[in-house]
Every structure is written in structure tokens, then in C-alpha cells.
Design a protein around this ligand. Structure first.
Ligand code: ZN
Length: 188
């Protein structure tokens, strides 16, 4: 990784860590929110072999507009217009109810830029793994819906990086098995 890229990625990590500092992941044993952002950026680097600056900055910052008081202008000034625009693409309107928001993600997936697509695919795979790995008081039906919805989103945006696509597919296979096991143990 070129030194300049390393410096910018680290600056984004520190910025995101501060912005999300009092947030925890839903249910998951109060996991720090930052864990999620690092996992997403790391999967793009390690699995996807991605080294594009705007892409990696956007990966770390992808929830900062949705969940904190950060603004698009602030991101553009500090991290560049392209990274800021990718984050904006990945920001849901939180005033819309949960289920509707998830289906809007499917409907609008095709409009995402190439870089936003990669972040979205990894975001979905990472969330699926977390939802089925950590204690979370969602009904099984909601966990299944999350998987189905993610598969629909990704089916519309895959093709930009075959390693990331393959990792998502592996995640889906693993998740289906996990859900089956959870269903069985719920019946016992
Ligand atoms: Zn996310």
C-alpha cells in the first residue's frame, strides 16, 4: 500500500472512530460500531485486493452520514469529493421505515456506482456474518429476510470483483446452513 494511501485510510479510521464512538451494533453484545467499519474495509483489501483510495475511504466512512452528525461537505473537504459522493450513495433515508428502506435498496441497487457496489456487497456479507454469529434478538424470520434482501441487492450489483462476489456467495451458503441449524434448535 503506498504510504499516502495508508495515511489517508488511517485518518478516515480515526475520524470514523470518533464520529461513531458512543455507538454500538444492535444487540451484538454491545460490539463497538467501529468493528463493522474495519471489517468492511479489511475485506475489500484482503479478499478483494482493492487499493483504490476513494473506495477504501468510503468503506470506512460508509455509515457516517447515516448514523452521525457528519456532513457530505465535511467529508468532501477532508477526504475528497469522490469518497464523499460514494458515502452519500450508500446512505439510506432513515426516516423511511425499516422494511421499506431495505426494499428501496433492492430497487435502487442498479443505480449505484461501481465503487459503491463493492462497498455494498461487502457490507451485506459482513452484516450477514454478524447477524448469524453474535447474539441478536431478532426473530428468525427477520434474519432470513435480511439474507433474502441482501441476495436480491447483490444479484443486481455483482460483477465488479469476482473475489468479492465469491466471498458473498460463500457467506450465503454458510448463512443458509446456520439458519437451518437455528431453525432446528428452535423447534427442539
Ligand atoms: Zn454498514
Amino acid at each position: 500500500m503506498p504510504n499516502d494511501l495508508l495515511a489517508k485510510v488511517m485518518d478516515a479510521a480515526v475520524y470514523a472512530a470518533l464520529k461513531h464512538q458512543y455507538q454500538r451494533r444492535a444487540g451484538y453484545d454491545r460490539l463497538p460500531y467501529m468493528n463493522h467499519l474495519l471489517k468492511v474495509a479489511n475485506a475489500l483489501i484482503q479478499i478483494g485486493k482493492e487499493r483504490d483510495e476513494a473506495l477504501l475511504l468510503a468503506a470506512i466512512l460508509h455509515d457516517v452520514l447515516e448514523d452521525t452528525d457528519a456532513t457530505h461537505e465535511e467529508l468532501a473537504l477532508r477526504f475528497g469529493q469522490e469518497a464523499a459522493d460514494i458515502v452519500l450513495e450508500l446512505t439510506d433515508d432513515m426516516s423511511i421505515p425499516y422494511m421499506e428502506r431495505k426494499w428501496l435498496q433492492v430497487e435502487k441497487a442498479g443505480q449505484l456506482s461501481e465503487k459503491a457496489r463493492k462497498v455494498r456487497i461487502v457490507d451485506k456479507a459482513t452484516n450477514i456474518r454478524d447477524i448469524l454469529s453474535y447474539p441478536l434478538d431478532w426473530p428468525l424470520e427477520k434474519k432470513k429476510n435480511y439474507l433474502d434482501n441482501s441476495m436480491q441487492v447483490v444479484s443486481r450489483i455483482r460483477g465488479g470483483n469476482s473475489q468479492l462476489d465469491a466471498w458473498f456467495d460463500e457467506t450465503v451458503q454458510w448463512a443458509k446452513q446456520r439458519l437451518e441449524e437455528m431453525e432446528k434448535s428452535a423447534k427442539e
